[in-house]
Design a protein around this ligand. Structure first.
Ligand SMILES: Cc1cc2nc3c(=O)[nH]c(=O)nc-3n(C[C@H](O)[C@H](O)[C@H](O)COP(=O)(O)OP(=O)(O)OC[C@H]3O[C@@H](n4cnc5c(N)ncnc54)[C@H](O)[C@@H]3O)c2cc1C
Length: 379
């Protein structure tokens, strides 16, 4: 397997760096403070083709594979992890779900708007009482004539308030039946579909996280995605790909924190020497660099399998689990290298330290990744 960075990936990385310097870096700290979700940034990302990275050109996407997608997320995460999180949720959860399981008419209707960034997408699986145990969901959809009527709530949903369209998984059969759930596409403005509480978060504060509420929300039968009863199975397949997103996001956070700490360790002098000359610091940097390399290789391995259409549940879980834990270890050590300055908002590591934690939780916690990996190796 050749995981060297292609010319295409280098171009994407440079494009994202240029974009971030102009559209994100000058405003990031203010937006973080205010917990502002900058919709306008995503419209601009759409112009660059980054809101439909893995969607074929015939539906308005860029038609790239997972290496290019991972590269874009890594670079965006270095600039701001929460913009990368939102971009990833839009691409690989909502948009990809419609692409993989929608019929031709649904693809024609939704994908060009999503891939261009005209519309922002949301994806609702989690509920207040069912996160890791998503298959136990209580939001129900009942068939009434030519419509489905949805009742319930989804929480912690990225773009739960501002998303123009949402893919929603709801119960259409018995609790405990993995074929008792169905995926629907629901447009903002549909009667009975409203936004609930927007979460006030530790990190990832530029990415909107909110509740979606369904009260006798009636949608036409043609809004079913794929087969009735396949919703949970579809969601698990979507999460396999989504784990490449979160692994990439983690690698980007770790790289950003590491690069900042490396530069600082050469500039900061104590005892008349740069702190990088102390083995306690240089060994931290060695551990960080090694773990980042390993996390990136696991991520690219999962991306390679995905590009080739091979099963990658275990590899994606390994990449997500390892990379997310690495991002937290690296952000912690980076902050330590900055000492007291790392604890303050004038330097970037404080934000990486807050943002990284989501990576060990979202799209399946580290504990759930270990469950997936152990089930695979013991079967
Ligand atoms: C910022 C953010 C964005 C998100 N975006 C979305 C989104 O767009 N769409 C969406 O559907 N969801 C989204 N989520 C939800 C996210 O996927 C869930 O938070 C996650 O799956 C964990 O569920 P939970 O929070 O209910 O925790 P729980 O499932 O309640 O877990 C609590 C703890 O128990 C552990 N645990 C649970 N079960 C087991 C077990 N069997 N064995 C061992 N340990 C276990 C967990 O690992 C965790 O440590 C988002 C969450 C956040 C914070």
């Amino acid at each position: 397997m050749d995981f060297s960075i292609s010319e295409q990936q280098q171009l994407i990385a440079q494009m994202v760096r240029d974009f971030s310097a102009k559209h994100i870096a000058p405003f990031r700290d203010k937006w973080d403070e205010e917990q502002y979700f900058p919709v306008e940034v995503f419209k601009e990302l759409g112009k660059l083709g980054l809101m439909g990275v893995i969607i074929p050109e015939q539906y308005g996407g860029s038609g790239f594979g997972y290496f290019e997608y991972a590269t874009a997320i890594i670079e965006l995460a270095i600039a701001d992890p929460s913009i990368a999180l939102s971009m990833a949720a839009h691409n690989s959860l909502c948009t990809n779900h419609i692409y993989l399981f929608g019929n031709e008419s649904q693809k024609q209707n939704y994908l060009p708007k999503l891939a261009s960034g005209e519309w922002i997408g949301a994806w609702g699986l989690t509920e207040p009482n069912t996160g890791s145990d998503a298959g136990n969901m209580r939001t129900v959809a009942v068939k009434e004539g030519d419509s489905w009527v949805i009742n319930g709530a989804k929480n912690f949903i990225t773009h739960g308030k501002s998303g123009n369209v949402a893919v929603v998984i709801a119960r259409t059969g018995k609790v405990g039946d993995s074929h008792g759930m169905t995926a629907f596409v629901v447009e903002r403005g549909t009667k009975g579909f409203s936004a609930g509480k927007k979460e006030n978060k530790l990190g990832m504060r530029l990415s909107e996280t909110a509740e979606m509420i369904f009260t006798d929300c009636r949608i036409p039968a043609e809004n079913v995605l794929g087969e009735i009863g396949d919703g949970f199975i579809q969601a698990m397949k979507i999460l396999d790909g989504g784990r490449i997103s979160i692994a990439s996001l983690s690698v980007g956070i770790a790289q950003g924190a590491y690069q900042a700490a490396l530069a600082y360790s050469k500039e900061r002098h104590q005892f008349n020497k740069p702190i990088s000359s102390f083995q306690a610091i240089s060994f931290k940097l060695a551990d960080m660099a090694t773990e980042i390399e390993a996390a990136q290789l696991l991520t690219f391995q999962a991306a390679d399998l995905k590009n080739r259409g091979l099963k990658m549940t275990q590899e994606a879980a390994m990449a997500k689990y390892f990379a997310s834990e690495v991002s937290c270890r690296v952000a912690t050590e980076a902050l330590q290298i900055f000492g007291g300055y790392g604890y303050c908002k004038d330097y970037p590591v404080e934000k990486y330290y807050r943002d990284c934690k989501l990576c060990t939780i979202g799209e399946g916690t580290s504990e759930m990744q270990k469950l997936v990996i152990s089930r695979n190796i013991l079967k």
